[in-house]
Design a binder for this molecule. Sequence first.
Ligand code: HXC
Length: 510
Amino acid sequence: MKEVLHELERRRASARAGGGKARIDAQHAKGKLTARERIEAFLDAGSFEEFDMFVEHRSTDFGMEKTKYSGDGVVTGWGTVNGRTVFVFAKDFTVFGGSLSEAHAEKIVKVQDMALKNRAPIIGFYDAGGARIQEGVAALGGYAEVFQRNVLASGVIPQISVIMGPCAGGDVYSPAMTDFIFMVRDTSYMFVTGPDVVKTVTNETVTAEELGGAFVHTTKSSIADGAYDNDVEALLQMRRLIDFLPQSNTGPLPEVESFQGVDEPDHSLDRLIPDNANKPYDIRELILKTADEGDFFEIQQSFARNIVTGFGRIEGRTVGFVANQPMVLAGVLDSDASRKAARFVRFCDCFSIPIVTFVDVPGFLPGTSQEYGGLIKHGAKLLFAYAEATVPKITVITRKAFGGAYDVMASKHLRGDINYAWPTAQIAVMGAKGAVEIIFRKDIDDPDKIAAHTKMYEERFLSPFVAAERGYVDEVIMPHFTRRRVARALRMLRNKDLANPWKKHDNIPL
Ligand code: HXC
C-alpha cells in the first residue's frame, strides 16, 4: 500500500515540475509566473482541484514518443474565488511552449464542458506557442473543439481570457470569443501571424510588441479590455472582476455588503456641470459618486475614451455603467465608442446586470473617415444593443442629449425604465448654434438677429422641460440625490419582467 502512495506522490511531483527547473527559471527570469503559480495566486488559498494531471500526448512523429510530460502543457481544474466556483485552465509554457496537442485540447474541453454543465465562469491563462507543430491536423481539430464550446457557452456563463505570454496562431481565436480579454504589459502579445510571416508576406518590419502587445490591443485594435503591469496584479484584478459577475445567465446577481448608504446628498454634484456648456468635466466623477464606495471596474479604459464602460455596485448589487465622457471629443459618439458600448451593454443584458447610463452627448461624429468607416452600422450596434436589452435600464441625462444620440443612449423610446434628467440637461435635435444657422439662414449676416434667435432657441429648447412635458423623462432630479434616485429605481425594478418575441437569434448589424 505504502508503495503505491509513494508512486502517486512521485508522479504528482513530476507533473508539478512541468518542463523542468531550467525552463521554470527561464519563465521567472522573464518576470512571468508558471501556470500553477498563476492558478494559486488567482484562486482562494487551497481551493484548487486539479484534473488530468497525468494526461500525456499520444504523438509518435518526430521522436515525440520519447518526450512526454505529465499534464501535456496545460493545467486544468476548478477552485473558488471568494467562495464562488470558477473553472480554470492555464497554459504551461515550460512544456512544449504551452502548445496545443490533441490531448491538451481534450483537457481544456473537459473543463469547458464542466463549467457549462455546472453553470460557473471559466477563465483561461494564455502563454503558448499555438498549435503543437509535431501534431499537425490533430491539433487543428483540438482547437475547433475548444472554439465550438466557447460559442455554446457564450451568454450562458462568463468566459474570461488573460494573455500572459505569447498567444499566436490558433490560440487567439478562443480568447476572441470569450467575454473579456486582459493582457500583461511587456510580457504578452497576441497576433494571428507573427512578425516573421508579416515580413515575408507584406514586407513590413515590426516587432512582436508593435504587432500585438498590450498597448496595441488596448488602444488601437480594442481586442483587449485592459492591461496590467505584471502577472500578480492581473490575477488580483481578475478576482475583483469575478466578484462583480453572476455565475451564469440564470444565476442571481452577486450581492456584497455595502457600507455606504444611499440617502446622503452629495452637493459636489450640483457643481459638476460647468456654467459654459462647451466646457468639459469628468463623467467618471459622477460614476464614482454613484457607485458603492466609489468602486468601479472599468472595461476598455484606454480605447474610445469618449465613452466610459464598467462595473460598479449600488446597494451591494452589480450594475453596468455606460457614460459619455465630455473630456474626450466632447463625449461624441463615433464608431469605436458605439462598438465598445454596444458590446458592454450586450454583456450586461446576457447576464441580467442592470444598466445605468449617464448621458452627455453632442451627437454622432461627422466626417468622411467616420462615414467611410461604417458609422451608420457601428452606431446601429449600440442602438440595437440598448433596444433589445431587457434588463433594468436607468438613464440620467446630465447635460447634452442631442439628435440621434439622444435616442440611442437608453432613451425612453428604447424601453428605458426610468429616465431622469438633471436641471442642466439640454434635450434637443441639435445645439443652438447649428439649429439657428439652419432655421434662420437668411439672418446669417446679422449678428444681433442671430444672437437673439440663439437666445430664444436656448431658452425654449435647451432644457429638460420640453422632454419632461412629454414624459420622455420621468423626472427632473437634483444632481446631489443621483445615487439615491438611481438606487431607489433599481430597487423598484428588481422584479422587472420583460421578454423579447421568440426568435432563433437576432441579426445585430455586425
Ligand atoms: C511545439 C513549441 C511550439 C509549438 C514553442 N515550442 N512553440 N513546440 N509546437 N507550436 C517549444 C520550443 O520548441 C521550445 O522547446 C519551447 O517551446 C520554448 O520556445 P522558444 O522558441 O525557445 O521560446 P521563445 O523564444 O520565448 O519563443 C516563443 C514563441 C516561439 C514566439 C511562441 O516558440 C514560436 O514562434 N513558436 C512557434 C509559433 C507557431 O508558429 N505556432 C504555430 C502556429 S499555427 P524547448 O524544448 O527548447 O524548451 C497555428 C495554427 C492553428 O497555431 C490554427 C487553428 C485555427
